[in-house]
Design a protein around this ligand. Sequence first.
Ligand code: FAD
Length: 393
Amino acid sequence: DIVIIGAGPGGYVAAIYAAKHNLNVIVVEKGHLGGTCLNVGCIPTKTLVKSAEVYHGYQESEIFGVYAQEYSLDMKRVITHKDEVVKQLRMGIESLMKSNHIEVIEGIGTLVDNQTVTVQGENADYHLKAKYIILANGSKIANLPIPGISLSFVLNSTTALSLDELPKSITIVGGGIIGMEFAFIYSHFGVRVSVVEYLDNILSVLDNDVIEEITKLAQANKINLYTNSKVTKIELSINNQAIVFFEQNNQQQLLVSEKVLIAIGRSPNFEGLEKIQGLELLEKNKGVKVNEYMQTSIPNIYAIGDLNGHLQLAHVASHQGIIAVKHLLGIKETIDYKLVPSVIFTNPEIAYVGINEKQAISQGLNIKISKFPFNANGKAITMNKDQGFVKII
Ligand code: FAD
């Protein structure tokens, strides 16, 4: 009944939901079950967030009357732990696939026409025919076309996850969600961190008061922030250090560090979709165009998750998968994106749902704002986590 390309949180959730509704499903995956989120995204980063939090926590343990005589960081063990967590969850998906009788074919799926997907597997080639096709190809790391980007000390969010020796210093290019999560991880591990951001602010999607607070906390964690800054090139210094050149207020600046991490975002992955005719894309190729039921311009083909250019969040991908399967079963349900919760795993975390103040104002809404600081909240004070606030609009 259905061929799904991609086994990330979009594809595998859609597959399980369809199988539970007695549809025959085949999933094609070129990498690992769980996709970006499980293998090189949400889960591994959050494992590092936790290790960094535990390590950093020792620095304030005396406040709680706990004296750690000696503590140290074993980065190899941190990475092994991360790998174990990923493996455990991957095995969980594998067993869900088996118990729901979903066949998984390894290889790159190519969409040939509106009912055919071919796969060049390692051991065999497949020619799959289905009534419906769900594209869940996800996204890939966006490219920064500047000189020096391929130098060996330049990391991306995937290679950074396997770094089992910490650098003394790192320059992170991009102060968005992924960049700032890594900034807090590394600074908690004791690495000297600088963040270079092209826009006026880090985490610019947030309200200004939230940005101010997290900027203050980043600086308190010795994270150096350079906003309004355009990185122009990266070079290797004579003593094997990375030099990141950038323009700030029309002035040339540079930062020297041991490693550089590029975290400028992700773009949709159109791999395997090159041959199909009539599949409409969004402006500037920002994704595959879909309607509110995730249907593409070819009605029996759906596109879910990061591929369709809505919100790049795992739970959105999963929910879109369910919406797509429901639609092909004849049930018309839609998503209200205003109700999607998000979390940014800085320290402290930033969590939000609904529209923010900036958006409310731009929509001309008559709003009232309540704010309550954590430094007046009992539980926050007991935890020595009294920075930040709750804001209701
Ligand atoms: P993906 O997870 O990208 O999966 C797509 C799959 O399709 C991949 O496995 C790929 O190998 C496969 N594929 C692609 N093309 C083909 C083809 N032609 N043939 C066969 N297989 C193919 N989101 C959150 O909600 N919370 C977080 O905390 C969070 N943290 C993140 C941290 C990082 C560092 C990154 C990079 C992302 C993070 N995200 C987070 C985003 C989240 O990972 C994505 O939104 C989510 O994975 C999208 O799911 P998807 O199923 O659309 O695609």
